[in-house]
Design a protein around this ligand. Structure first.
Ligand code: ZN
Ligand code: ZN
Ligand code: FE
Length: 757
């Protein structure tokens, strides 16, 4: 008498293809003695199991919780059917026809099992820099097309040896259908090159590169998404040499540590930070540096944080283990150029910076920078850059786009976004669209995503700024409908869409630059609205941007503009060492005349002005530098605040910091410490922002407040505003999976487009 038999069918949706889900199902079914089948189809994974009722019950209970690490299950639907008397469990071929749900997943850090094999002298992949399995390894960066299968990856040129092939074909093996599967006999290999031509003939190129690093040399390392430039983090001459050769003056370098413990010796890590650091996405995590951190002063001058990450490829693991030291790992480029990812190009561009190049013959299809994240307000991840490890995971849209959409994003920190139905794919960080190289990477990226996700855009959303290269690209696409979306509305919409479109909200959108609906440069804005539209309900007092763009690179010009607006137009003492009285007078006249000096309500420029007035940063050499250093200069125990006046001008609430500027100039002239002044500025701005949000939320009959824009990368400001809003019963909405700065714009544009069409 056999036990009660049962047959169940399960449809599994989410990220379940290309992540080892079928072999996992096969193993689980085998363990429980069940028969049936599993297959991939256009909707995800479909499976049927048959056997003892109890075993089927257990199978269904364990199916989702024990899924492989890279799987993301969104939905499981179970139905019952009559037992058919199957006796074994098989992995069936996918049915032909119909679009396959593109199973391209993000690149994932080396898993624990591969790591064990990597360092096991008895394993056939001992010290093999390209070890991977279905649970880990390169994905997005090696994909050339869909379906995601070896011939359409950059592994196509490598033919698997018999042993690799049998792993690949064995459903019980961890490498079943692992497309980049390889071993020392059949797969890619590394080589060590001299900077100017010539291969170094060594048995162990990785060991030799590690030895060179230990001795203070600079090595260009080909990684997963591009080249890094590496050197010892504690070697001041090496770090200084790297800065000089790379033409990068002050912008902080990221560090790669061998372990979490090593990272913790450099920075303070809370639980959320530690979790991000060790996650399979392996972003760079910005965290507060310890006073006794053993890093060279040139690693991150003038800032209170360090960017740390853990190794994410087997090559990194070997390099870190062999060198025995924390390494600077900065993107392999000259300042302002995109990261190098093609071998020839790297040879040419990086040969002048590095002493040695550690290269390999697995091509990178799409260059992808490291992602950057910091944690604010105890446990909220705040993305500064979302790229490798996260891209191309889809984000849901609150309502399906009726037509396929492309959104071209903004100009700086550009990302693009494609959407179809209720899914949106935000592309990798392209960077600042200001040269041919980045533009090429933008257009190639869009074409690649259109292909991977089978999206043929009928609607193209873009920024209102006619001079952005992203806007020009949109206007040149033929046969599509165009939709211009105001920059700050896109910031607001991105956050609302991420939160499932909760309805009307008030947004405090603080950034550097965005073209307003009135043709002026906005950047300190309060909007009331939702995905379909907005009203500008508040703004920062407008001032002149003396000399236009130049004022962005030279914050002292903004100091002059604000000093003039505040009727305290004399050259402040703290700026006297950097600015000649004639230059000051000239810029003052320029601002007064308004010639070549557009009007701006930019919050970023107010930070620049204050940083310059404090004498911290009269000129910057990377974006946001003045604000970052102003934040770092803050005195933490200061409780005072410079008040900012709020005044209604008809329907518009204006934040007027002129009295604040007067007080701060007076205090500085009287010898006040910069730390106190910087802190009072932050606190005063936070208080005014809280008051404005609360008044505007009441006027708009909402309890939701969105905070967005690059200025809110400032943790001190963000946390002070959040702390002020929450006791007032206001719900603060922040981006969760996308950057708070312009990297989130494209998704916001898509959300608006999906609503309006
Ligand atoms: Zn693995
Ligand atoms: Zn092999
Ligand atoms: Fe912006």
């Amino acid at each position: 008498m056999s036990a009660l038999r049962r047959r169940a069918c399960a449809r599994v949706q989410g990220t379940v293809q290309g992540v080892g889900f079928r072999p996992y199902v096969h193993r689980l079914a085998a363990e429980l003695g069940l028969a049936g089948y599993v297959l991939n189809d256009a909707h995800g994974v479909l499976l049927e199991v048959e056997g003892e009722a109890e075993a089927v019950e257990e199978f269904l209970a364990r199916l989702a919780p024990e899924a492989p690490p890279l799987a993301m299950i969104e939905h499981v639907e179970v139905s019952e059917g009559p037992p058919l008397g199957d006796t074994d469990f098989v992995i069936r071929a996918s049915p032909r026809g119909g679009p396959v749900d593109a199973p391209v997943t993000p690149d994932s850090a080396t898993c624990a099992e591969c790591l064990r094999e990597l360092f096991d002298p008895g394993d056939r992949r001992h010290r093999y820099p390209f070890i991977n399995c279905t649970n880990c390894g390169p994905r997005f960066t090696i994909v050339r097309g869909v379906p995601y299968d070896r011939p359409l990856t950059t592994m196509a040129a490598f033919t698997m040896c018999a042993r690799c092939q049998s792993e690949y074909e064995d459903p019980r093996d961890r490498r079943f259908h692992a497309q980049p599967n390889a071993c020392p006999q059949c797969g890619p290999s590394v080589r060590l090159l001299k900077a100017r031509g010539g291969e170094i003939d060594v048995a162990d190129p990785v060991g030799a590169a590690a030895a060179a690093l230990r001795e203070g040399q600079i090595v260009a390392v080909k990684g997963v998404g591009g080249f890094h430039l590496a050197c010892r983090a504690d070697d001041q001459p090496a770090v200084a040499r790297l800065r000089a050769r790379k033409h990068r003056e002050d912008k902080p370098f990221a560090l790669m540590c061998a372990s979490r413990a090593d990272a913790e010796a450099l920075v303070r890590l809370g639980d959320a930070e530690a979790a991000l650091l060790s996650g399979s996405e392996r972003p760079i995590v910005l965290a507060a540096r310890r006073a006794d951190a053993r890093v060279a002063p040139s690693v991150a001058p003038g800032v209170g944080e360090l960017g740390v990450m853990l190794p994410y490829s087997p090559l990194h693991h070997l390099l870190l283990a062999d060198s025995g030291c924390t390494l600077v790992m900065t993107s392999g480029n000259l300042s302002d150029e995109p990261i190098a990812f093609e071998d020839e190009e790297a040879r040419e561009r990086l040969g002048r910076i590095a002493d040695l190049l550690l290269v390999h013959d697995r091509p990178i299809e799409t260059r992808t920078d490291d992602s950057v994240v910091r944690v604010a307000a105890a446990d909220h991840p705040l993305f500064l850059r979302r790229s490798r490890g996260y891209v191309p995971a889809a984000l849901p849209l609150p309502e399906p786009a009726r037509r396929p959409v492309l959104a071209c994003g903004a100009e700086l920190k550009n990302t693009f976004c494609l959407a179809k139905g209720s899914r949106a794919w935000v592309g990798h960080h392209v960077g600042d669209l200001q040269n041919y190289e980045t533009l090429r990477s933008f257009t190639r990226g869009i074409a690649h995503f259109e292909d991977l996700f089978a999206v043929a855009p009928e609607l193209v959303a873009h920024d209102l700024h006619p001079e952005y290269l992203s806007t020009k690209y949109a206007l040149e696409r033929s046969g599509v409908e165009l939709l211009g979306v105001q920059h700050h509305h896109a910031h607001l919409a991105a956050v609302l869409a991420e939160h499932g479109d909760p309805g009307v909200a008030v947004g405090a959108i603080f950034d550097g630059t965005g073209l307003g609906s009135d043709g002026t440069v906005w950047g300190g804005e309060f909007l009331a609205g939702d995905l379909s539209g907005f009203q500008r309900v508040g703004t920062l007092w407008p001032v002149r941007l003396p000399g236009g763009e130049r004022a962005i690179r030279e914050p002292w010009r903004m100091a002059c503009a604000w000093a003039l607006a505040a009727e305290a137009p004399d050259l402040p003492e703290r700026l006297a060492p950097f600015v000649a009285p004639e230059a000051w007078a000239q810029i003052r006249r320029l601002a007064e005349s308004g010639l070549a000096s557009p009007v701006t309500s930019s919050m970023g420029r107010l930070f620049d002005a204050v940083a310059a007035l404090c004498g911290i940063r009269p000129a910057v050499n990377y974006e946001g530098q003045a604000a970052i250093e102003l934040e770092a200069a803050c005195e933490t125990t200061e409780r005072g605040a410079y008040p900012i006046e709020l005044a209604w001008h008809g329907e518009l609430l204006q934040l007027d910091p002129r009295e604040m500027i007067r007080s701060l100039v007076r205090d500085l002239a009287g010898g006040a410490e910069v730390a106190r002044v910087a802190s009072r500025f932050h606190r005063g701005l936070a208080e005014a922002t809280v008051s404005a949000c609360s008044a505007l939320a009441a006027a708009a009959s909402t309890d939701r407040v969105v905070l967005a824009g690059g200025v809110f990368q400032n943790r001190r400001l963000l946390e002070a505003v959040m702390t002020g809003l929450e006791p007032l019963g206001l719900r603060v909405l922040l981006p969760r999976r996308l950057p708070i700065g312009d990297g989130g714009i494209s998704y916001g544009q898509v959300a608006v487009a999906a609503r309006l069409t």
